[in-house]
Design a protein around this ligand. Structure first.
Ligand SMILES: [Zn+2]
Length: 462
């Protein structure tokens, strides 16, 4: 699959055939998945469903099917997203394919319910509570139109077998799948401009994808994605597709390689190792407006030393991100974040301070500081210097027990030691440790900490 070609043609975010299917993940909802998500089940009440039905009835009758909808191109830079962003989850069977690898109740747990380790929690945490997908629902859970929780494309007539779809060009096929699965659900699904639609196919079609702003059934909605048995069992594969639905694009590394940012769910596929349990990187969260200004450090002249809290531990005191302009162009900057191997980041290469470059076209690029199994700043004294030599970031130390890293910055006319300015980290949210200016036992500022990390000439790797 030539993904870059597809994306340049279709202006879609495509994740086609990029996953390694975990053993046992294909075709069945195994017992471990149930255990993993726990017994909790939160679903819309019948009264809420009735309210929705009334609203839909007001908005219009059955919507026409469109088999060649035009997807709008995603903007280069994602716009902020706040509040309720419910996803409507449609379980969709290809005509003639009998597999039913997921129950509607499982889909509720996996994609809708908060508090059970599914995608509602993933996005609650990635957004620091700024969005809420728990208002989504799985319409087939209570539908008499669905059979065993699934809508059948065969109900739309001939031409809906997987082989029929796969004869079509990619873009046409994707549009047809989204439109027809919605159509198979009939009046159970009514889309509105704020809607997000998540299609689950019952067999692997080799094309998991996500898109912002698609037109489905004549309505341009916020976002949509289609996942399949080989991908919906991989939480962060689904996470990337839903991220596309929020307008996010893939992240790169500097080689340049798309999908080669092992610290971002939007780029996590380096060396074809498959999707890992990785959180959404700081610059992506920043683009969506999810990191408050008080948690973003803006380096000032001198050599400030600050405490960063692990991106996935917002209750810890410290900045969640530093934003360092690279030039007079405000849309071009570096971001610095501390990532700790736990929670949604349990499968990152290891603890480390991660540098991204956000380019003026909105592209987010992971900047490795070395070629190693963990390409982040991991060793005390290790330093990143940008190509122009105007931005330096030095790791002083990582304190995993505290969930923090201390980092020194030198911006502009670095090399003139002396200011030793230290910025007090902001308190963590939600009753964190709040230990004020403590640097977690790493020691404080001063030029004495910096050599030999500060190099006299610009370098990219230490
Ligand atoms: Zn993708």
């Amino acid at each position: 699959m030539v993904r870059t070609e597809l994306e340049s043609v279709m202006k879609l975010n495509v994740c086609s055939q990029l996953f390694s299917r975990p053993a046992g993940s294909v075709g069945v909802a195994n017992s471990s998945s149930v255990a993993r998500f726990g017994p909790g089940l939160v679903e819309p009440t019948r009264s809420i469903l009735r309210q929705r039905a009334r609203r839909w009835a007001v908005l219009g009758a059955a919507l026409p099917l469109m088999t060649a909808a035009v997807f709008t191109a995603p903007s280069a830079v994602a716009a902020p997203v706040f509040g309720a962003t419910p996803w409507t989850v449609v379980l969709c069977k290809y005509a003639g394919a009998s597999a039913e690898p997921l129950t509607a109740a499982d889909a509720v747990r996996r994609f809708v319910s908060p508090g059970v380790g599914g995608m509602a929690d993933y996005w609650r945490d990635a957004s620091y509570g700024n969005i809420d997908i728990s208002g989504g629902f799985v319409p087939s859970l209570h539908s008499s139109r669905a059979k065993n929780g699934w809508y059948d494309l065969a109900d739309l007539g001939a031409g809906h077998a997987i082989s029929d779809f796969q004869k079509l060009p990619n873009g046409v096929r994707r549009a047809k799948l989204l439109n027809d699965c919605r159509g198979a659900a009939g009046d159970d699904v009514k889309l509105e401009p704020w809607s997000h639609l998540l299609i689950v196919t019952n067999v692997n079609d080799g094309d998991t994808f996500g898109v912002a702003g698609p037109t489905i059934g004549g309505i341009t909605i916020a976002g949509a994605t289609s996942v399949e048995p080989g991908s919906w069992n991989v939480d962060n594969f689904v996470g990337q597709e839903m991220g596309h639905g929020y307008g996010l694009n893939h992240s790169w590394d500097t080689s340049p390689c798309e999908y080669c940012d092992e610290f971002d769910v939007m780029g996590n596929f380096r060396n074809g190792v498959g999707y890992k349990n990785v959180a959404l990187a700081a610059p992506q969260r920043f683009a969506l407006g999810w990191i408050s200004a008080s948690r973003v450090f803006a380096p000032t002249p001198g050599i400030p030393t600050v405490q960063l809290a692990a991106l996935t531990q917002p209750t810890v005191a410290g900045f969640l991100m530093a934003r360092i302009p690279d030039s007079g162009d405000p849309s071009h900057f570096y971001t610095v974040e501390y990532r700790q191997q736990q929670g949604w980041d349990s499968e990152i290469p290891g603890n480390g301070v991660v540098i991204h470059e956000v380019r003026s076209d909105g592209k987010i690029v992971f900047v490795p500081v070395k070629e190693a199994s963990n390409r982040a700043l991991t060793v005390s004294g290790e330093t990143f210097v940008n190509a122009a030599g105007t931005v330096r970031v030095q790791l002083n130390c990582i304190n995993p027990a505290a969930g923090t890293a201390t980092v020194s910055f030198a911006i502009g006319a670095y090399g003139t030691c002396g200011s030793g300015a230290t910025s007090t980290p902001p308190a963590g949210s939600g009753g964190g440790s709040g230990d004020g200016g403590s640097l977690g036992g790493c020691g404080r500022n001063g030029c004495g900490l910096h050599p030999p990390g500060w190099h006299p000439s610009p370098i990219l790797f230490t």
